[in-house]
Design a protein around this ligand. Structure first.
Ligand code: ATP
Ligand code: MG
Length: 359
């Protein structure tokens, strides 16, 4: 593929503004080395600074501006001292996810050599899997309400709504991922023993979709034991697919099992490519360390690598660029330099430079 990819670069707030330059440094180096044409548009809105000046997180025509893009590279949003988190989050990131129909939330989970693992006795290679979370429906449907409010009979109902369209598309994505990997193993998170309507249905959809992927082994696991196994037997997992709520929980637990939050990347994907996908570190704006140039830039850099991989459809130069960035990250985690969250004393810039120099 020799397309030119249009990418909106949105640093956002706090350490988003410190890690983004390192993400771009590595991205541009990889693009140059692997001959990938990028057209970057720098965006200073979708930030709390912008909100304080304009009373809104984004300009009214944000959707038209960003809808032209192939991808959004995002830093972090939020500055709770001046703007409540629900305002900043709902006014930017959550609008992107919804309006651009980013129905897959993808989080790679991997333990690297040189990173202390909170789980005793784990070595690199034991933990290397992908979490695929349904990002648009399920348990997070805003339907329901309180009845008989203020009386002894008060009850609250919140519905979960799953659609065949919504479940099938995320399951297909997960099966595609699994079938492209060496182990071809898909764990389906469920709770069909306790949630007796929606979860047996979800399992049946997984079986139905799975019929088209005879090379992929399906392993359905109840969410409670599945969470325990993330901790006790992480080497069991290759690709894990989960509904919105279960995926939300697993996608914090997974990265927590592999060390610092400063490493964890994520992708909010619109796999149909009808709108841009968004790539961002899992961490937030970290006001407690902002301004000291000590934030770990690796989650941001890895997110940029995921973006190249997705844009190229997991093939050719984009995949090669992704793999080269990951190899450079691996090298730096093993040999240093390291930021303070990993016990080192290097700056954000030094780590970014070290990774870029290895590309
Ligand atoms: P959010 O509200 O966006 O989910 P949060 O505000 O609860 O996140 P973060 O901003 O992610 O949390 O910060 C949580 C903790 O992790 C903080 O102590 C922060 O300093 C630390 N942290 C976050 N990102 C990094 C990073 N890239 N490098 C080092 N430490 C980090
Ligand atoms: Mg925050």
């Amino acid at each position: 593929m020799n397309n030119k990819y249009r990418v909106a670069v949105i640093p956002g707030d706090g350490i988003g503004k410190e890690v983004m330059p390192e993400g771009l440094r590595v991205l541009e180096k990889a693009a140059q080395r692997f001959d990938i044409a990028l057209e970057l548009t720098h965006i200073d809105w979708a930030s709390c600074d912008y909100y304080l000046q304009h009373g809104d997180m984004m300009p009214p025509d944000w959707k038209a501006q960003l809808g032209e893009m192939d991808a959004l590279l995002f830093g972090a949003v939020g500055w709770p001292e001046t703007v409540p988190d629900n305002v900043s989050l709902w006014g930017s990131l959550l609008k992107f996810r919804r309006e651009f129909d980013q129905y897959v939330n993808l989080r790679p989970v991997r333990l690297f050599d040189g990173v202390p693992c909170p789980l005793a006795g784990r070595k690199p290679g034991d933990i290397d899997f992908l979490i695929v979370r349904e990002n648009t429906e399920g348990e997070y449907t805003n339907l329901g309400g309180v009845m008989f409010a203020g009386t002894e009979r008060e009850i609250v109902i919140q519905e979960s709504v799953f659609s065949r369209h919504g479940a099938d598309r995320v399951l297909k994505f997960a099966f595609d991922m699994a079938s492209s990997r060496d182990r071809r193993h898909l764990t389906v998170a469920t709770k069909s023993n306790g949630i007796a309507i929606s979860m047996p249905w979800w399992d049946a959809r997984a079986d139905e979709i799975g019929r088209s992927y005879p090379d992929v082994t399906i392993d359905k696991q109840h969410i409670d034991i599945l969470a325990a196994r993330f901790v006790l037997q992480p080497q069991r997992f290759d690709v894990v697919v989960a509904s919105n709520l279960f995926g939300d929980i697993l996608s914090d637990l997974g990265p927590a099992c592999t060390g610092t939050i400063g490493l964890a990347p994520s992708a909010n994907l619109n796999p149909d490519r009808s709108a841009p996908s968004l790539f961002e570190p899992v961490h937030g704006s970290a006001p407690d360390i902002y301004g000291r140039n000590i934030a770990n830039p690796i989650a941001m850099i890895w997110s940029a690598a995921l973006m190249l991989d997705f844009l190229s459809g997991g093939e050719g130069s984009g995949r090669a660029a992704h793999d080269a960035i990951l190899a450079a990250i691996e090298h730096v985690l093993r040999e240093g330099p390291r930021t303070p969250d990993l016990g080192g004393s290097a700056s954000t810039t030094e780590v970014g430079l070290a990774i870029a120099n290895l590309i």
